[in-house]
Design a binder for this molecule. Structure first.
Ligand code: CAO
Length: 416
């Protein structure tokens, strides 16, 4: 099957998570992704949090599938020469080094554009160019704080909280992938490459859009009716942390199910969708609430929403999270069990859809990873193992026209 990005050659000058997540996605869709890594060490995640001695860590294998690995010291003149050759025949270069690193290496945007005017140069940085923090190096949690996620996540009586979801890293990578694909389409029209830049702060803020909505509502009316602080608590002048409250117009909360005393994940998320009130009353056996003026409308319910949630918890007390969802789904109530990583890893539906995949690996045996969350009618992205360090060095150099002797010479000076 021909994949849509087949024929697109990408220099993957990325490391850790934000950049690799982007290039991995493009590789799944058919791009020829060549990961350029420092000889001897490679991407730092190859060694981070190893669970098997001498085998690439899961952090690396789960973010670098379907790629080739070329070792190249791009600070040595011989290495720079190889990189220049690669640049001349590639479509995209993706990088997420610290601020200024590519310029210091001698590959500024101007130089890259001179070497290959059709090439798209895509970068992730912590902050956007010209931002007063644009000299900062940034990791995931730093971005979550800078992008507004931390100040609005967690409970009101606790500190700002980091999400487990990689809002700063993989999310930024996904934004960059959209930028690259857009620039490739643009190039079809203009024949020209361009620079595509995404900052982690901006990408986090983009996902916190509704919190900026809430800031403006708060400034106008002084309260936010869907937050637990309403109507009895206090509002200050910034969007507060709302615990597990629903973020849209539907109140919701995490509710205890059977076994919560010993199982920290025996919970469901329960949503009270306005028009589903009647089915909810039927489901939990509270028919009398349907026409009771104290419960009938969303406005009437909001002041005592926690009493309602408490009552639902009483109903849930003898049901596991799975039993509860099986009942509630019949009433069309938006809800889900709180699933653990163990449950997700073994979920037959996720295995069948290719969202959880088992990948054979030369050194690890096999490992689980998350496959493409994007599904196509004409293509099933296949996940292949991440490359060993330098696994494709000879192949890539031969493709660039280097002879065996020249490759030997490059090895002698430790340029590859
Ligand atoms: N050959 C020779 N040198 C190489 C090389 C290669 N193949 N690949 C990288 N290098 C060099 C770079 O030229 C740079 O050298 P200088 O600093 O001397 O110019 C250095 O290695 C890499 O620097 P760095 O700043 O990228 O690395 P770091 O470990 O200090 O910082 C990080 C890591 C992630 C904080 C930083 O890269 C960063 O802020 N990136 C942008 C934001 C980002 O993507 N963060 C998300 C990471 S995922 O959590």
């Amino acid at each position: 099957m021909t994949k849509p990005l087949e024929g697109i050659k990408i220099i993957d000058f990325t490391h850790v998570q934000a950049g690799p997540a982007c290039t991995q996605l493009l590789a799944w869709f058919g791009a020829d992704v060549i990961k350029v890594e420092r000889p001897g060490s490679g991407d730092v995640t190859r060694n981070q949090l190893r669970d098997i001695p001498d085998a690439d860590a899961l952090y690396f294998t789960m973010l670098n599938s379907n790629k080739k690995s070329l070792t190249l010291d791009t600070k040595k003149p011989e290495g720079k020469e190889v990189l220049e050759k690669l640049i001349r025949e590639s479509d995209v270069l993706v990088e997420n080094f610290g601020p200024g690193a590519l310029d210091r290496m001698g590959f500024s945007w101007e130089r890259l554009n001179e070497l290959n005017p059709k090439m798209i140069v895509a970068s992730v940085k912590g902050f956007s160019d010209g931002h007063h923090y644009d000299d900062l190096k940034v990791y995931e949690n730093v971005a979550q704080c800078a992008g507004g996620a931390a100040s609005t996540t967690g409970f009101w009586d606790g500190p700002p909280t980091i999400s487990a979801a990689a809002l700063g890293d993989s999310n930024t990578g996904m934004h960059l992938a959209i930028g690259i694909l857009t620039a490739l389409l643009g190039r079809d029209k203009t024949g020209k490459g361009q620079k595509v830049a995404v900052s982690m702060q901006d990408s986090v803020l983009n996902l916190c859009r509704v919190k900026l909505r809430d800031q403006q509502r708060l400034e106008r009316v002084g309260y936010l009716e869907e937050y637990p602080q309403y109507p009895h608590g206090e509002f200050g002048d910034v969007v507060p942390r709302g615990g597990n409250a629903g973020g849209g117009g539907q109140p919701g909360w995490v509710l205890k199910c059977k076994g919560w005393e010993t199982d920290s994940n025996a919970y469901i998320y329960f949503t009270i969708q306005g028009h589903a009130w009647e089915p909810i009353c039927h489901a939990i056996g509270k028919i009398e609430w349907i026409d009771d003026p104290a419960y009938k409308t969303a406005e009437a319910r909001q002041p005592h929403i926690f009493e309602i949630f408490n009552t639902i918890e009483v109903w849930l007390a003898d049901k596991t999270k799975f039993e509860a969802v099986d009942i509630l789904r019949k009433f069309d109530i938006p809800c889900a069990p709180v699933l653990t990583m163990k449950e997700l890893a073994n979920d037959p539906s996720l295995r069948a859809s290719g969202t959880i995949v088992e990948v054979p690996h030369k050194k690890r045996g096999s490992y689980l990873t998350v496959g493409s969350p994007i599904k196509f009618s004409d293509m099933k992205p296949e996940v292949t193992a991440s490359p060993l360090l330098g696994e494709h060095t000879d192949e890539v150099l031969t493709g660039l026209g280097y002879s065996k002797q020249e490759i030997f010479n490059l090895r002698e000076v430790k340029a590859v």
